[in-house]
Design a protein around this ligand. Structure first.
Ligand code: NAD
Ligand code: DAU
Length: 340
């Protein structure tokens, strides 16, 4: 039996990963640490709270004393770091917390790994560290050797963290891996992000705010496929390596919005074009050849099925997201979209 520390497990991908891990590896103990920021929801973890192999600890990954005390107590075999400030628009408004959590938090977790016996460490990173690709060059993709070239405070903070992870490997021989994944979608996705925001607004017959002309392209991956990739990398990946994760599923934002409208039987007149995001990345596209060749990973959920499953989840779990959008989220929404 192994003990795995999962940070950020009350968030979207971390929460899905906790569910995935307890289901696929019931012999393991999963200790989730999460600060419960605006993006963290204990209701996401409610289905596993009573599992004897699961423990939740409310903790900031920047809290060195608290993190070290937990390592002393739990003696983990591996750490998977999902915890982050993750929303690009918020990073444009207020970069500081992104630098703190995403960089200092990463260093704190790795310092604890070093201090307690060079524990296996996995960093959940993003394709955004590669910057963007032009819209008129569909032949270009991000590979693991594409230079880091960030656009937003968010992606810069994630890139800073990635550089630190590789530096800890080289300097201290910390056994690390990094995964850089494309855009995820699926259950428990916080409704500030494109897909859940459009689903929630559609269901409430509210305007659907599309940035710029809606032509920006993202490469969408069903969240469970990402969880599988991380699990494989942690178990079988080569130490010191970066793995790109993505499903060759590029779509323009406007096409995603139109698909959601169609699935929900609403009208395209809900679409409202709004002022573009500052520094808006044009296109992301992952080349996942390395993880496929080395670890045999391939995405299993087709977008057509994944988006239907996702919409059904939001229909079946209205209380999960309605509770979120009825609180502080309203102030956020007014500030970000009010005069846009
Ligand atoms: P999220 O915003 O939904 O969840 C982040 C979680 O981290 C929340 O539960 C929050 O409470 C917690 N957290 C924030 N600051 C913390 C701190 N200082 N200490 C402890 N916990 C803290 O994010 P997500 O979309 O699930 O992303 C998870 C990770 O995956 C991030 O590292 C992100 O950069 C990366 N990623 C996300 C995507 C995507 O499409 N969402 C794609 C690739 C990579
Ligand atoms: O590529 C991986 C990244 O994907 C992760 O690292 C980030 O944590 C995650 O948030 C996501 O970043 P994006 O900026 O691509 O996701 P977001 O859902 O914010 O936006 C997706 C696209 O939709 C982007 O081109 C901006 C656009 N958009 C977004 C919102 C919220 C709109 O047009 N309208 C909106 O209201």
């Amino acid at each position: 039996m192994s003990t795995i520390i999962v940070t950020g497990g009350a968030g979207f991908i971390g929460g899905n990963f906790v569910h995935y891990h307890l289901r696929e590896h019931p012999e393991d103990r999963v200790v989730c640490i999460d600060k419960l920021t605006y993006a963290g929801n204990l209701s996401t973890l409610a289905p596993v709270m009573d599992n004897p192999n699961f423990r939740f600890v409310k903790l900031d990954i920047c809290d060195r004393e608290g993190v070290f005390a937990l390592f002393e107590e739990e003696k983990p075999d591996a750490v998977i770091n999902f915890a982050a400030e993750s929303h690009v628009d918020r990073s444009i408004e207020n970069p500081e917390i992104f630098l703190k959590t995403n960089i200092i938090g990463t260093a704190t977790m790795m310092d604890a790994c070093r201090a307690f016996g060079n524990i296996r460490y996995h960093q959940v990173s993003t394709d955004e560290v590669y910057g963007d690709l032009p819209l008129d060059r569909p032949d270009l993709f991000f590979t693991e050797t594409t230079p880091i070239h960030t656009s937003s405070p968010y992606s810069s903070s994630k890139a800073g963290a990635d550089l630190l992870v590789m530096a800890y490997h080289r300097t201290y021989d910390l056994p690390v891996t990094i995964s850089r994944c494309s855009n995820n979608y699926g259950p428990y996705h916080f409704p500030e992000k494109l897909i859940p925001l459009m689903i929630a607004n559609c269901l409430n017959d509210k305007p659907l705010p599309v940035y710029g002309e809606g032509k920006n392209v993202r490469d969408w991956l069903y969240v469970e496929d990402h969880c599988k990739a991380i699990d494989l990398i942690v178990r079988k990946g080569t130490i010191g390596e970066v793995y790109n994760v993505g499903g060759h599923n590029e779509m323009a934002n406007i096409d995603i919005v139109k698909l959601i409208i169609k699935e929900l039987g609403k009208d395209e007149s809900l679409i409202t074009y709004v002022t573009d995001r500052k520094g808006h990345d044009l296109r992301y596209a992952i080349d996942p050849t390395k993880i496929h060749n080395e670890l045999g990973w391939l995405p299993e959920t087709k977008f057509a099925d994944g988006i239907k499953k996702t919409i059904k989840w939001y229909l079946d779990n209205r209380s999960w997201w309605e509770e979120i959008i009825s609180g502080e989220y309203q102030n956020y929404y007014d500030k970000m979209y009010g005069n846009r």
